[in-house]
Design a binder for this molecule. Structure first.
Ligand code: NI
Length: 273
C-alpha cells in the first residue's frame, strides 16, 4: 500500500501533466523564495459503485483522514465531503460526486457503463487512483453529449478518477499581503484567472477566500483516436481565517464559492480557441 507522501506525489505528477500552468506557477513561487504548501486536493467522481464518494474516501481514511463536513450543490447536482488529516501539514481532501440519478437516462447510462469498466475489487482501494486510465477513452461524441448536460460529467468522462486541482495555501506564503495581491501577480505573469462571481470567491466573514486559474487547454485523445484540445485542470489558491469556534484556521469549505470554482474547467467561460 502507498504511504500518504507517495500517494500525494503520484497525484502531483499526474496533475501537472493536465495542468502545465500549475507546474509553472509552482516554479515561479519557488523562485520568489516561497515554499508551496497545499491547502487541499480535489477529486471528482460519479455516485456509482465501485467509484462512489464513499469508496474513494476509504483509502484516505486508511491513511489517517477524517470527514469534516458534507456539501450539496443542487444546481450542479453534486454532493461533496471534505476531510482533514490529524497532521495538519497534509492537505485537506475534497471529494465530490455527480448525482447521476438526478440526470436524464442518457447521461445516467453512459456514467453506468463507464463505472462498470472499473473492477469491483478496487472498491475502497487506492488502486482507484493509481490504475489509469480509469476507463477506455470515450468517443468524442460522448464527451460532447455529456458536456451538454454537465460540464463536470464531460470532464470526468475524458479524464477519469484523478485529482482535478491542487490548491496553494496563501497562509503558508510570506510575500503576498492578500489573496488579491497573489491574484494580481499571477495575472501579471500571464495566467488567466477564473472571474466567475469575481476573482476572489468568499470573504473573511465566511472564513475562506478562494481564487483559481482557468484550466489550461490540452490536446486529448478520445476513443477511436480523435484528438481534440479541451480544458484540463486548474490551480487554486485559498486564504483561510481563524475560526472563532476553535481558534484554529477554518477547515471547511464554502458551497457558494466552490460552486463558482467548479466552473474553472468550463470551456464556455474560457472563450473559444
Ligand atoms: Ni478546491
Amino acid at each position: 500500500m502507498l504511504t500518504l507522501p507517495e500517494l500525494l506525489d503520484f497525484f502531483w505528477t499526474d496533475y501537472v501533466w493536465l495542468a502545465p500552468d500549475a507546474r509553472r506557477i509552482h516554479s515561479l513561487l519557488s523562485e520568489r523564495g516561497e515554499t508551496v504548501v497545499n491547502d487541499h486536493v480535489a477529486i471528482r467522481t460519479f455516485d456509482l459503485p465501485p467509484i462512489s464518494l464513499e469508496s474513494l474516501a476509504r483509502p484516505f481514511e486508511a491513511l489517517g483522514y477524517l470527514p469534516v463536513r458534507d456539501y450539496d450543490f443542487p444546481e450542479k447536482r453534486l454532493h461533496a465531503r471534505s476531510f482533514v488529516h490529524s497532521d495538519a501539514t497534509n492537505p485537506r481532501v475534497f471529494i465530490s460526486e455527480l448525482q447521476t440519478h438526478r440526470f436524464p437516462a442518457g447521461l445516467r447510462d453512459i456514467a453506468r457503463r463507464l463505472a462498470a469498466q472499473v473492477p469491483t475489487g478496487r472498491e475502497g482501494s487506492a488502486l482507484l487512483f493509481t490504475e489509469l486510465p480509469t476507463w477506455a477513452p470515450v468517443p468524442l461524441a460522448t464527451y460532447r453529449q455529456l458536456l451538454g448536460e454537465s460540464e463536470y460529467a464531460g470532464w470526468l468522462s475524458a479524464f477519469g478518477i484523478r485529482v482535478n486541482h491542487f490548491t496553494v495555501s496563501w497562509n503558508a506564503l510570506t510575500s503576498f499581503a492578500s489573496l488579491e495581491e497573489l491574484n494580481d501577480w499571477l495575472a501579471a505573469n500571464g495566467f488567466r484567472m477564473n472571474e466567475s462571481g469575481g476573482r476572489v470567491k468568499g470573504s473573511p466573514a465566511v472564513l475562506l477566500e478562494q481564487s483559481s486559474t482557468l484550466a489550461g487547454r490540452i490536446a486529448w485523445t478520445f476513443g477511436g483516436g480523435a484528438r481534440e484540445t479541451i480544458p484540463g485542470c486548474y490551480y487554486e489558491f485559498a486564504r483561510r481565517y481563524p475560526d472563532p469556534a476553535t481558534g484554529k484556521l477554518y477547515d471547511g469549505f464554502v458551497a457558494k464559492s466552490a460552486d463558482k470554482i467548479f466552473e474553472s474547467t468550463d470551456a464556455e467561460l474560457q472563450g473559444s480557441e
